[in-house]
Design a protein around this ligand. Structure first.
Ligand code: 1HN
Length: 377
């Protein structure tokens, strides 16, 4: 990387731990170990790196490779037996915690017409992004939502939630995103199965959109005070229209093109306490500049095709592919197509980074900087 030699230089300068082992020190360390203690200077440089050292690696999961294997699971296990019939994304650097990137979990869930998975609740916050099929629904705390391709739905932490596909629908596949690795790292995870296995639908279908989904209008006297969005479903069509209007009205970001965050209509902030999400549009011919920031990001290509360069490695993506950008990895996005725009859905732990005061961002090199491609594909 461009900054590697500078980082190595900084690592060699004074002020950091630099104690050579002697027989006496080794005996001392052994004595400390027996007392469940240790000398900080033996670990300080490792536990306090100069900058984030993500254990996650950039990965592209190609949908054309995954899809048939996801569908195979339909004949192998039932949703009743499996609880959730999901093929999860396993970052090679994070296999110990079943994470797709950083502290985020993700998987592809498949359901046939007429199938349903029972209701449960857990401390993890979750979301779904619909990839294909017809007739999918999710019920969140008695609110039923109908779902189509590129719709984005929340199942916030603590809510009862279940999913299914209506009789007469078509096999559905969606991406799940959860903060399970984070919640487990914080040792704060609870899980419960609904006592009746199914929830009663207690409200008109899609009522959360009816109440909260009007653009820039907030209903009066709803008394919502939960730490997540009362709007549980964000539909594709109005999202795409908003991005196109944004693109006609302003230049957008040199790094991200036209990017809009899905928001909690009450607070204007992120949709959930630990997970944020966005959709960005890269217009035909868009060549993004490289930058990096803290936080772990998982993208799904909702529309079009293009490529991203992540820490010097080029990943060519097309519709439905999923790829990740680990914390502090350089990344830039390109839509080389001359005619079609590309849209990237993304979810991340940005709310956590922001709330904890850990968000940091920098541009690559000079303005206009682009990465050298070290590993062309
Ligand atoms: C979960 O609740 C779902 O509700 C999917 O569909 C995947 C992975 C781990 C823990 C809970 C779902 C999950 C999950």
């Amino acid at each position: 990387m461009a900054n590697a030699s500078y980082d190595q230089f900084r690592e060699s300068i004074a002020g950091r731990a630099d104690v050579e082992d002697t027989p006496e020190l080794v005996r001392y360390y052994q004595d400390l170990e027996r007392l469940q203690t240790g000398a900080l200077w033996t670990v300080a440089n490792k536990i306090e790196p100069w900058q984030p050292q993500s254990a996650s690696v950039p990965v592209l999961w190609r949908y054309r490779d995954l899809r048939e294997h996801v569908l195979r699971s339909v004949d192998l296990v039932t949703p009743e037996k499996a609880g959730r019939r999901v093929i999860y994304l396993n970052n090679p650097g994070r296999t110990d915690v079943s994470a797709a990137v950083g502290w985020l979990y993700s998987g592809l869930q498949v359901m046939h017409a007429g199938e349903a998975a029972s209701a449960h609740a857990h401390s993890s916050s979750a979301l779904r992004f619909i990839m294909e099929g017809r007739g999918a629904y999710t019920i969140v705390d008695g609110h039923k939502m109908t779902l189509g391709a590129n719709d984005f739905v929340l199942t916030p932490n603590g809510t009862w939630h279940e999913h299914g596909v209506e009789q007469g629908g078509a096999t559905c596949i969606w991406q799940d995103g959860l903060d399970i690795p984070l919640v487990n790292a914080l040792e704060a995870g609870f899980y419960a199965v609904h006592p009746d296995l199914r929830q009663a639908v207690g409200h008109p279908v899609d009522d959360s959109v009816g109440i909260w989904g009007a653009p820039a209008l907030r209903p009066q006297n709803t008394g919502w005070n939960k730490p997540y969005s009362p709007l549980f479903k964000y539909q594709w069509e109005p999202t795409y229209e908003a991005l196109c209007r944004f693109a006609r009205s302003a230049a957008g970001s040199p790094f991200d093109g036209h990017l809009m965050h899905y928001t909690n209509p009450v607070s204007g902030g992120h949709v959930m306490a630990t997970i944020g999400a966005s959709m960005q549009r890269l217009e035909p011919g868009f060549v993004g500049q490289a930058h990096r920031h803290t936080g772990s990001f998982l993208y799904q290509v909702a529309k079009g095709q293009g490529h991203s360069i992540i820490n010097g490695q080029r990943f060519d993506w097309q519709e439905r592919d999923i790829f990740c950008v680990p914390s502090w990895a350089w990344h830039e996005h390109v839509n080389a197509s001359s005619s079609e725009d590309a849209c990237l859905f993304c979810f991340s732990d940005l709310p956590v980074m922001e709330k904890l005061g850990l968000y940091r961002e920098e541009a690559f090199g000079e303005p206009g900087g682009r990465q050298p491609v070290i590993h062309p594909t």
